[in-house]
Write a protein that binds this ligand. Structure first.
Ligand code: UGA
Ligand code: MN
Length: 239
């Protein structure tokens, strides 16, 4: 089966290095189609250049966040993930869907494991919240509950990188709302997922194969240099 790896991304000084690093991971994965959903009004040139150089089959979608979400606590990467979801619903009938932020770190073994997802598979994600890990709790090969430092009355308190879906299991009702912190849960609920149907991976959720890494933000230089003249891609960055 083909894996459709969906990455929302947005312009910032860290974007190119993040995507390049992720690209070098994904280039090791057979039968992977990379869907990069750009939080921009047009598909950005630096992003497209990276995609072209991977040699991977890819789809580059432009889907900027609606103006009302240009606030501080906004749902991140939702308009673009929704656009990718719509593209998959229209164009793909068979395969595995996996959401991966542009700044995550992934062990290649995870791709081998998610490829055989029948409905929805789940696995631990490292470097999440106060507990340092977010994971399903598994007993005798069954998911009984979840260990996550921010349960927030969610039915499925998991990270976006903590589950994969068989595209055949996606319903027309599948939807990701613009509600910060509840994107994963509301999306999984919209699939009519039962806890009994969850397939635990990564050694019954005893191993961490994906991490919610975060890159320190570049600090603005106080030097009076016109940094916009440095490279052609800087017009995409808000220095
Ligand atoms: C965490 C989760 O890992 C995300 O999957 C989830 O969407 C997010 O929380 C949330 O619920 O708000 P976090 O590391 O805190 O992610 O956020 P970022 O990595 O900054 O953003 C998540 C993804 O959305 C990234 O791929 C990022 O490139 C993208 N994004 C972020 C946009 O497309 N537009 C933005 O304005 C900001
Ligand atoms: Mn992130």
């Amino acid at each position: 089966k083909m894996i459709y790896y969906v990455t929302p991304t947005y312009p910032r000084p860290e974007q190119v290095p993040e995507l390049m690093r992720l690209a070098y991971t994904l280039m090791h994965v057979p039968r992977l189609h990379w869907i990069v959903a750009d939080d921009e009004s047009v598909c950005s040139e630096p992003v497209l250049n990276i995609l072209r150089r991977t040699g991977l089959p890819f789809t580059h979608i432009s889907s900027p966040k609606p103006f009302i979400y240009k606030t501080s606590n906004f749902p991140r990467g939702v308009a673009n993930r929704r656009a990718a979801l719509e593209w998959i619903q229209k164009n793909v009938s068979d395969g595995i869907l996996y959401f991966g932020d542009d700044d995550n770190a992934v062990d290649l073994q995870l791709f081998d494991e998610i490829r055989s997802t029948k409905k929805v598979s789940m696995f631990p994600v490292g470097l999440i919240g106060n507990y340092g890990v977010s994971t399903p709790i598994v007993k005798d090969g069954k998911v009984l509950g979840f260990f996550d430092s921010w349960p927030a009355s969610r039915t499925f308190p998991v990270d976006m990188a903590g589950f994969a879906i068989n595209i055949g299991f996606l319903k027309d009702s599948a939807d990701m709302p613009f509600i910060a912190g509840h994107e994963e849960d509301k999306f999984l609920v919209s699939l009519d997922l039962d806890i009994e149907d969850i397939e635990p991976l990564a050694g019954n959720c005893t191993r961490i194969l994906v991490w919610h890494t975060k890159t320190a933000k570049h600090k603005k230089s106080t030097l009076k240099v016109n940094i916009n003249k440095l490279t052609s891609m800087d017009k995409y960055h808000n220095f």
